[in-house]
Structure formats: C-alpha cells, structure tokens
Ligand binder design. Sequence first.
Ligand code: SAH
Ligand code: SF4
Length: 381
Amino acid sequence: MTVMTTKTNLLGLTQPQLEQFFETIGEKRFRAGQVMKWIHHFGVDDFDAMSNIGKALREKLKASAEIRGPEIVSQDISSDGTRKWVVRVASGSCVETVYIPQGGRGTLCVSSQAGCALDCSFCSTGKQGFNSNLTAAEVIGQVWIANKSFGTVPAKIDRAITNVVMMGMGEPLLNFDNVVAAMSIMMDDLGYGISKRKVTLSTSGVVPMIEELAKVIDVSLAISLHAPNNALRDVLVPINKKYPLEVLLPACNSYISRLGEKRVLTVEYTLLKDVNDQPEHAAQMAALLKDTPCKINLIPFNPFPHSGYERPSNNAIRRFQDLLHKAGYNVTVRTTRGEDIDAACGQLVGQVMDRTRRSERYIAVRDLTGEAPAKPAASQS
Ligand code: SAH
Ligand code: SF4
C-alpha cells in the first residue's frame, strides 16, 4: 500500500537535483556525491548506514528525506538465468523488470509506465491501456533493486548490469522528464556508471520527443518499426498515423547524426506471421532504411492469448533475415529468453489498476496468461 509522505525521496534525484536538495536544507553540496554513492553503489536505504555522514546530519535527513524504491511483489529466476521482478508503483499498478544475462553482458529491461496508451496491435502492455507514469525514483528504482540482487559492493557495480534498455512496459518518451532523470543516474559514475552507448531508449515513434531527447541526453536510440510502409504501420503501430515514416526516419537520422562517433540506430521489427514477414516487406525495408546508419533487430512475435497474431516459422524468420543481410544490413534475431517466467518481449503484463474505477469490475489481465491474478487488474472492455 502506498504510504503518504511529505519526505523527499532521494532515490530519483540526479546529482544536480540532490545538490540542490542539500542546499535547500542548509547543507554543503558535496554531500550529494556521498549520499548518491551510498544509495546507488551500496544499495543503502537507511541513513544510519551512511558512516561518513555525522549523526546530526543523519537525523536531519531522516526527518526530511527517504530512500524509497518500488515495492517488490515477486522475483523469479528462469532456468536460463533470466530474472524478472514485478514491482508495485505508487499508482497501485504493477510493472515488470527483466534481467537478461548473455555472454559477458547483462542487460536490464526497464519499464517506464504502468500500461501504455499507444495500443500497438500486437503488444500485451498496449492491450491494458494507460494507467500511470512512473516517477524517476520508480524508474531508477528498478535498476537499484536489480543491482542489489547481485550484491552491492562497489567492485560489482557495472558488472552484473552492463546495459540498460528502456524496453519494458510503456512508452518512455511519453514520460520524458522522469525517464531522462533516471537515465542520467544510470550513466553517472555516482550512480551506475553505464556508458551512454549501453543505455538505450526504445520508442514507437513519438517524433517531437525524439527531437527533445537530442537536446538533453546522448543515449542510444531504438525505434519500433514493425512495418516498412505507412499503410501497414498505421495498423500495427497506431501512432504512425500522427507521425508517419517520412517524419519518423528523418528525426531518427538527425538524432543519430548528432551523436556522431559511429553510433547507429537500432531498428526493432517484430515478425508477425503472414502480416509483415514476407519477402516484399524485407525488400521495402531495405529500401526504406538505405540512408539510415542502423542495425536491425528482428523480434519473432511472442504470443499471448487472444492476440490474433502468430510467430512465423523459423524458415520464414531466416528468409527475412537473409534478404536484409544480402541487402547489406547488420541483422540479428532476438532470442526469446525467460519464457518459463513470462519474461519475453511483449509478454510483460504487470497488473494495471483501473484508475478511473469506472466500475468496481476488474478483468484479470493475468487470466489471459492462465494465471490467477494476485491483485485486481485492468478493466478491459
Ligand atoms: N514502448 C516502447 C518500448 C517498449 S516495447 C516501444 O514500443 O518501442 C519493446 C519492444 O518489444 C518494442 O519493439 C515492441 O514493439 C516489442 N513488442 C511488443 N510486444 C511484442 C510481442 N508480443 N512480441 C514481440 N515483440 C513485442
Ligand atoms: Fe506501448 Fe511500446 Fe507496447 Fe506500443 S509496443 S503499446 S508503444 S509498450
């Protein structure tokens, strides 16, 4: 349950914001660095554990501030090493965070919103509708929780979690300020020290916010393309009607070119059987992306009940990959991980609370996955 409090939650504050906080309470700005290390390097949420901070200041902090992550509802570890957390955010909804170890890399897939308003036709998060934006503390709190689960001695920082992708639930560019603040903490050495190349924001194409993003941060960018022409993309990714391909791609090109130093756009393309997986789609895509420095990541559709879509055969996936490869593109196929814990892309369901409480009737989103809900979930009609 959410506890109402007037204390400032220090978890979601960037270094400049934390410096400002200390100034406001009449303390020196350098305290921000000390406290950030305790929070993010050591995973501390208790001011009394901060041994380089005197008792008087600790008492002052206890009175005015707190370090509060989202509440952990469950934590699962898959047989392949993938980990999934379900966390409850202040709105009462639950979102999911997934950790995927692969070779020397550990990628954390972080959620930005409870639900999503954009309603892509093949996405289970979209099917829930929008419930709430996560706060900056709730976004970075997912990294904080995951990092703590690996042990929080500084030597391990940036070992277990080497990459972060904003590819969990929600559209990160529609929760701009909180996501930007959280990504700044991910990259800050006083936070998680992850390189800007290894923090990736994925968007379905909120064009004006791609332009805003370029002004404030230099993380890697991924776009959810999913269709090589407007007619099909209008159906699969409805925001395309507002920002069609002829405005989306120039915005991406301009974002990437500003980053310089051989940075490329990641193009995500969920393959849907007989919908967007045909040779003509590959040919159109090759032509569409000819001026965009990019790597293509094909995501075989991860089915969920009543989606109306199917995953293509392995042959169809390989054929699509080969055609793009022959056209000169770097193309990878995302392997499905954590299937036994429902952790795959597009299978993140969470539990979104019906904010409008239009009726006291809830339809359990988890019912769709055959699991009983632990808590009332979204109303869907
Ligand atoms: N909202 C952002 C980020 C979250 S989704 C975006 O759309 O980019 C992360 C990726 O998973 C997106 O490319 C999304 O389109 C894809 N995805 C959604 N549902 C999927 C499903 N059922 N199977 C495979 N990929 C899916
Ligand atoms: Fe939202 Fe991304 Fe799902 Fe589309 S694919 S509904 S933008 S989370």
